[in-house]
Design a protein around this ligand. Sequence first.
Ligand code: FAD
Length: 306
Amino acid sequence: MSSFIDPYTFDVAIVGGGPAGLAAALALGRACRRVALFDAGPQRNAAASHLRNFVTRDGTPPSAFRQIAQEQLARYATVQLRADHVTSISGERDAFRLTTASGCFQTRRIVLCTGMVDEMLDLPGFRDAWGHSIFQCPYCHGWEVRDRRWGYLALNLDGLANGFPAMLKGWTEDLIVFAGPGVELPEDAVQGLVQRGIAFESSSVVGLVVEGQALTHVELSNGERIPCDVLFAHPPQRHVDLVQALELELDPQGYVQADPMTRQTSVPGIYAAGDLTTRAQGAIFAAAAGTQAGAMCNHDLCITVM
Ligand SMILES: Cc1cc2nc3c(=O)[nH]c(=O)nc-3n(C[C@H](O)[C@H](O)[C@H](O)COP(=O)(O)OP(=O)(O)OC[C@H]3O[C@@H](n4cnc5c(N)ncnc54)[C@H](O)[C@@H]3O)c2cc1C
């Protein structure tokens, strides 16, 4: 679909075609910029059957969400969609070089929208149930399973400190906090749960009983099996290799530091939007940040004197 004079030279290259990258491409394409959107690899919410809590798209399968966006982008001759994995980025503002499996590309700006990779826990059953009966966000998946038997798997003490289990009680009264493998619940955390009337198990979790993709029980180190339909957990996340190699400045939680207004990272000319910049992860947040990054990147191009 290219109407480009040189299909290897762009104003802006966007890496990652999830909600953030798709939204950035729309903003930049409509601003008459020559844009390439590179996307290849697994999408973060692939395991989920439906995307929820995105106004106008509530209940849309994640693949259909991307398809609708790609069809809309195809109307813009300014946007190239490339199913291509970016392996390296070199150069500098106004003269970046992207290398992919299919060639090298020149671009003046880059918007990183590569998302995050969830590291699956080495806990029997976890991978099978992830996205089906193990979730990270109750706003995304709580409504469909409200009032059922829920668990919260504490993999560290952060979630307890910020009151995550108390929030889960808005969806169900039947909630148990489980200590993840190797996690000990300290006395103050236990007191906090007791004060809020939240049940907990101090014996750590050693496995999950899963039938197909449906969780049925949580197995504890003391041999007990506790019935449980739904588990919430925040497994560790990492950046994709491309982002790690860029050595961008990170925030204290390990996400790429991007200016809240301009989405500019610590490397001039490289912008970032979506999950890789924040723990507040949701498709509509990512799409909004992508739109913002696209607009700010265009503004920068407009005011740059070559
Ligand atoms: C199981 C699960 C269910 C979820 N359900 C919901 C929900 O119902 N509602 C909701 O709002 N949010 C949901 N989320 C969160 C939501 O999926 C993310 O917040 C959102 O997808 C982030 O968008 P993004 O564009 O930042 O990144 P992503 O959607 O992760 O997209 C990043 C893209 O970049 C690509 N990529 C990475 N590196 C490269 C490279 N080097 N070259 C080319 N391409 C690359 C990846 O393959 C991927 O396609 C869910 C998350 C999970 C894990």
